[in-house]
Design a protein around this ligand. Structure first.
Ligand code: PEP
Length: 248
């Protein structure tokens, strides 16, 4: 039985003034049994967030594949860990698009996270053109294959299926489409990692999840939680998603 995980992705949002929201989210998560909640915040907020987050894990949104070096502006997994992070997102579509990250880069980043004791959420997802061309499943399973880290295991790695066209747009796939893609991802995981690992690994859905659609989307077959952007920025919007996941 996979326990649901609801992770927030604050992207490039959040100053110190946002700490009360993090505290409120953490307090609500602490009294909502049966679900794991986490918040991936900007690197500058990790250490302060940890001080108000009680037991809720705080994460980063990216890490470099290398442990250190001449990579101006980048952050290493060891730095995230030292700041207090327990996890990090890798391969978010915004980084794949904006920073040109390849599957090989994402694989290296996930392996760096693991080396430094961080859990990782590895994102995959197709563009609208790819979906319209009937290539969604092929694209996503290829991303999964090529970005899968060595040593992948369910106790530190989760997958997030995030159709690019659903991120921040208010559009979501149908329940049938979500279930079909998550089924395909689970089958590919079994091929890559063996049935036992595939059965234990959490596969999250991400893309315009909110309090109104969370129960439906998270209730789809093979969906083990959500990666949430915009609706994770306030306790008022994020807590209902955590509660919806707990009720499933
Ligand atoms: C995301 O950033 O991963 C995301 C899913 O964003 P949103 O929930 O805003 O669509």
């Amino acid at each position: 039985m996979r326990r649901k995980l609801v992770a927030g992705n604050w992207k490039m949002h959040g100053l110190i003034a946002a700490l009360p929201e993090i505290e409120a989210i953490a307090q609500a998560a602490a009294v909502t049994p049966g679900v794991d909640a986490a918040l991936c915040v900007p690197a500058t907020l990790i250490a302060p967030a940890v001080t108000v987050a009680a037991r809720m894990p705080i994460g980063g949104q990216d890490c470099h594949a290398a442990d250190q070096g001449a990579h101006t502006g980048c952050i290493s997994a060891a730095m995230l860990r030292e700041a207090g992070a327990a996890l990090t997102i890798v391969g978010h579509s915004e980084r794949r698009a904006d920073q040109g990250e390849t599957d090989a880069d994402v694989k290296g980043k996930a392996e760096a996270a693991r080396r430094h004791g961080l859990n990782a959420i590895l994102c995959v997802g197709e563009t609208l053109d790819q979906r319209d061309a009937g290539q969604a499943e092929a694209v996503v399973t290829a991303q999964l294959t090529d970005s899968m880290p060595d040593g992948a295991a369910a106790d530190w790695l989760s997958i997030a299926y995030e159709p690019v066209w659903a991120i921040g747009t208010g559009r979501t796939p149908t329940e049938a489409d979500v279930a079909a893609m998550h089924g395909a991802i689970r089958a590919k995981l079994a091929e890559l990692l063996g049935g036992e690992t595939a059965a234990a690994m959490r596969v999250l859905y991400g893309g315009s999840v909110n309090g109104a659609n969370a129960a439906l989307l998270l209730g789809c077959a093979d969906v083990d939680g959500a990666l949430v952007g915009g609706a994770s920025l306030t306790a008022e919007k994020f807590v209902p998603i955590i509660e919806a996941a707990a009720g499933l």
